[in-house]
Write a protein that binds this ligand. Structure first.
Ligand code: HEC
Ligand code: HEC
Ligand code: HEC
Ligand code: HEC
Ligand code: HEC
Ligand code: HEC
Ligand code: HEC
Length: 717
């Protein structure tokens, strides 16, 4: 039997198996080939979470029922038909339905399952809802999505998720700066070679060829095999780690030191964030334990875990160092050590998940470890941490390049990081363009777009077609005021990389700023063609078309944006305006109200809604909205004028006069204010006052105001 299996394995190695693309070293095989000779291990490994961390969705993993997310006003429902699984999204109250097929599940379900849709281009899109086993199994928002303006069905997952959760996929890109695009069938689960390294030679020589047995490594290096995935100091912006730019994404080889592949960082000691508990931090927490710190690298993950097995004998592991504990007055128990010293604890980054705290310590009764949490969010586009980013692993490095990069990459310590990185680049002169790109982007973020330009040149001097540098260079040129230079750069970028939606979008914005609406619309359409989910592109197109008078086109574009992201208040408001203009009152009102619900302070929406209501002769309804406009912006002349007009309409002439007067106080030459005040004073029988302001208005440059003022002057007694 064993022989037969071995032969089968050899055959498998010889044919049919596919070489994964872009792995660091050749020599990897489809690790199903290992199963034939290591049947026992393979069988028990299959039961573990790691082996099931990524797989095609099974029928029994499709949650039933529907889930309503109050904060974003959306509801989600899973379904299956003809053996395929789907997730449908609706707005509460109907509208904007979208349905996406679910192809893969990420997560064994021991703690959670994320659902992934694979696009025809090969991107993986994370669905906004997860399944969690807590409370007998619930559907709830995916981590980071419990907010009104979440990414919904638009978040493409990067190579990093897949790095930690799967084997070696075939991928189109090769660097972390590329879009994550996958080719062919994806592997299903973390495979043997992620810990054992390339196995082709070993497998094709009946096991005589060398293969890594982590047991033979030093304690520190054994830990590193696990730390490639289990050492996340934080999942919030920092950055927690940087994969070296010279490495390909799946390039880590467990036979080599981890620091050759990745450098890890942490919050500075003593900062508020230094004490944290997150989902992928087993190694981070263990490394804080006295057991680890005081045992000279003898404590590793495999002291307690056999990675091929689901079960664990903890007490025996503790006994290796602490001997047999006795229950006594000094110590309460002699077994079940983990229950008190390694309790399960709710994580801060995935609020529906609790995992074992690997910081082994004396139990403390102070804290309710399972207390429910509210999800913590970073500000859009910014980090919540501002401070030094500390080198975490390895403890020291020969040069300051990566520590300096870490200060600026998420802008945690931008001011001090910029000179530090400049000095490090000067000293090391690295040969990869990404270093110079990071330098340029840091300067841009620090408000020094012009100073960024030479660094883009350096990056492009190494690789003239380097997309992220080309695109960012155009953006920085525009920011620095060099519009024609920016255009030249971005036009060249679109000819080299016509598939890059973001470049088309930037180009559309620049054309628009120049008033070239036809070119702008064309570029925005190109962006949409490349990436239909890009909300900003629909939005920009709508604005361009609205400005150029193509109302039907603008409406279609705004609807496109809302299909992808219903809670874009500005788009809702623009669409409402267009509909009001077309006489579609009921529809317009619905969109105005939607806009104001999402963004009560959105002045344009308030103003336009008040104008719309006035147009419907609902003056009393309009009044509070106009009041809100001048409350938000007291110096808003049009708002004052509108408010005055509304008071006139409800025959409150005194208030009307006050508002027009206020407008004129802000700008005595404001013709509409003069006309309004003249009219109001006339209505209050102050004819002298009326004559004064109407005469001023009759001299206005605005022909409409001029005519009306002249007419009113004639009608004065
Ligand atoms: C054709 C059979 C065969 C295949 C296929 C095979 N092995 Fe082995 N493997 C062996 C034999 C035989 C040994 C050595 C016998 C022993 O000591 O257990 C071995 C030993 C090992 C060892 C221990 C090495 C050491 O130095 O302690 C590891 C680890 C290992 N194999 C992993 C793998 C992995 C991973 C794969 C798939 C990539 C694989 N093997 C495929 C036959 C095979
Ligand atoms: C640095 C490696 C790393 C990255 C990056 C990472 N994860 Fe994880 N993830 C882990 C580890 C390790 C666990 C297991 C934690 C535990 O069980 O204590 C985990 C657990 C999970 C689980 C729960 C699985 C289960 O049932 O136990 C899900 C779902 C998940 N991650 C999704 C994601 C998604 C989606 C991404 C990308 C946005 C991601 N992870 C990025 C390492 C990572
Ligand atoms: C998560 C990392 C990891 C994965 C995945 C993994 N192994 Fe291992 N493997 C190890 C470690 C660590 C050891 C050494 C265990 C020890 O210290 O005793 C090991 C040991 C071995 C050994 C040596 C025999 C032994 O029991 O000591 C073999 C054979 C082996 N693994 C085969 C496989 C095969 C086949 C697969 C895929 C089905 C696989 N491993 C998947 C980490 C892994
Ligand atoms: C390629 C990334 C990766 C590597 C390497 C890795 N892990 Fe994991 N590990 C994960 C992820 C992801 C999970 C969560 C999987 C899930 O449940 O969906 C996990 C889960 C686990 C679990 C939970 C139990 C289970 O059934 O899986 C243990 C224990 C574990 N890992 C130990 C180890 C040890 C020990 C090593 C090193 C020998 C190691 N891991 C190496 C990514 C990795
Ligand atoms: C590799 C050896 C090793 C293993 C395995 C080990 N420990 Fe320890 N442990 C130590 C050492 C060393 C210390 C520090 C003793 C000292 O400095 O006084 C320690 C300290 C502790 C402390 C005191 C911590 C504190 O903050 O004061 C506790 C509690 C403890 N261990 C519990 C456990 C438990 C429970 C297990 C099993 C889950 C375990 N240890 C496994 C070596 C180990
Ligand atoms: C001193 C013993 C010990 C050591 C060392 C240890 N673990 Fe664990 N680990 C545990 C215990 C106990 C559990 C809980 C097992 C359970 O609930 O079945 C656990 C669970 C896990 C889980 C699943 C989390 C959960 O609660 O479901 C992961 C992932 C994990 N360990 C990874 C690691 C990694 C990676 C290392 C090395 C950095 C490591 N462990 C070292 C004792 C240990
Ligand atoms: C019911 C809870 C509980 C269980 C179960 C438990 N312990 Fe403890 N352990 C404690 C408490 C409480 C202390 C702190 C006592 C003190 O403050 O002196 C402690 C202290 C320790 C210490 C530190 C002793 C010292 O003097 O510094 C070690 C080591 C330890 N336990 C190991 C173990 C091991 C090994 C097991 C499993 C055989 C275990 N414990 C099971 C509650 C527990």
């Amino acid at each position: 039997m064993q022989i037969l299996l071995m032969l089968l394995a050899v055959l498998l190695v010889g044919c049919g198996t596919t070489e994964p693309a872009n792995t660091r070293a050749a020599g990897y095989i489809d690790s199903r080939a290992c199963e034939g000779c290591h049947a026992q291990i393979a069988l028990s490994y299959r039961q573990t979470g790691m082996a099931r961390a990524f797989h095609k969705i099974d029928a029994d993993e499709v949650p039933g029922g529907s889930f309503v997310h109050q904060a974003s006003g959306r509801s989600y429902q899973f379904s299956t038909h003809e053996g395929r699984a789907y997730l449908k999204r609706d707005e509460v109250g109907g509208g904007n339905p979208i349905e996406k097929e679910i192809h893969y599940v990420l997560g064994s379900g021991n703690h959670a399952r994320s659902f992934l849709h694979r696009t025809p281009q090969g991107r993986l899109i994370e669905m906004p809802v997860n399944w969690y086993p807590e409370k007998g199994g619930i559907v709830a928002m995916s981590p980071g999505y419990d907010r009104p303006d979440h990414m919904d069905m638009r978040r493409a997952i990067g190579y990093q998720c897949v790095f930690c959760h799967n084997g070696y996929p075939k991928q189109a890109g090769n660097s972390l700066f590329d879009d994550a695009v996958f080719q062919g069938d994806l592997p299903e689960g973390i495979d043997c070679q992620r810990c054992h390294g390339p196995g082709r030679e070993h497998a094709s020589t009946m096991g005589r060829g060398k293969i890594l047995n982590p047991k033979k490594l030093s304690g520190e290096r054994q830990m590193e095999v696990c730390m490639q995935c289990h050492l996340e100091t934080t999942s919030f912006s920092l950055p927690n780690s940087i994969v070296r730019f010279e490495q390909s994404i799946f390039g880590y080889d467990p036979r080599e030191p981890l620091e050759k592949f990745i450098v890890h960082f942490d919050h500075a000691k003593g900062s508020k964030e230094a004490e944290k508990f997150e989902i992928a931090g087993s190694a981070y927490r263990l490394r804080q334990s006295k057991c680890f710190l005081n045992s000279n690298d003898k404590l590793t993950c495999t002291t307690c875990h056999n990675p091929h097995e689901k079960t664990i004998s903890v007490d025996a592991a503790c006994a290796k160092c602490h001997g047999q504990m006795e229950s006594s007055t000094k110590h309460p128990a002699k077994a079940d050590c983990a229950s008190c010293h390694m309790p399960k604890r709710r994580t801060e980054d995935v609020i529906h998940v609790a995992v074992t705290d690997h910081k082994i310590q004396k139990p403390s009764a102070k804290q309710d470890l399972m207390a429910e949490r509210v999800e913590r969010h970073e500000q859009m586009g910014g980090t919540s941490y501002q401070g030094e980013v500390a080198l975490y692993y390895p403890k020291t490095l020969d040069d300051d390049l990566y520590p300096a990069l870490a200060q600026v990459m998420h802008q945690s310590n931008l001011k001090k990081g910029i000179p530090r990185l400049e000095a490090a680049l000067e000293k090391q002169k690295p040969a990869h363009p990404a270093y110079y790109l990071q330098m340029a982007q840091a300067l841009h973020a620090g408000g020094e777009a012009a100073r960024a330009l030479p660094y883009y040149e350096k990056a492009l001097g190494i690789d003239a077609k380097y997309l992220p540098a080309l695109r960012s260079k155009g953006i920085s040129q525009f920011r620095a005021g060099d519009v024609s230079g920016a255009k030249l750069t971005l036009e060249k970028t679109t000819s080299l990389h016509p598939q890059d939606s973001l470049t088309w979008l930037e180009l559309a914005r620049i054309y628009r700023s120049e008033g070239k609406s036809a070119d702008a619309a064309k570029a925005a359409r190109k962006a949409i063609e490349q990436e239909p989910e890009l909300v900003e592109a629909h939005k920009t197109l709508g604005t361009i078309l609205m400005e150029s008078g193509d109302r039907a086109g603008a409406e279609e574009a705004f609807r496109g944006a809302l299909r992808e992201q219903p809670d874009e208040a500005e788009v809702q408001s623009n669409l409402a305006n267009l509909l009001a203009g077309r006489g579609q009152g009921a529809d317009a009102e619905r969109h105005f109200l939607a806009a104001l619900k999402m963004a009560p302070g959105l002045k344009a929406a308030r103003f336009n809604y008040a104008v719309f209501l006035a147009g419907q002769k609902r003056f009393a309804d309009a009044l509070p909205h106009a009041m809100e406009v001048v409350k938000i912006e007291p110096g808003n002349l049009e708002g004052r004028d509108l408010l005055g007009n509304l008071y006139m309409a409800v025959r409150n002439f005194r208030e009307a006069a006050r508002e027009y007067g206020e407008a004129l106080r802000l700008n005595p030459a404001y013709a509409r204010g003069q006309l309004g005040l003249g009219t109001a004073l006339g209505a209050l029988n102050d004819f002298a006052g009326a004559r004064k302001f109407l005469t001023q208005a009759a001299n206005s440059m605005d022909p409409a105001v001029k005519t009306e003022a002249a007419e009113l002057l004639r009608s004065l007694p």
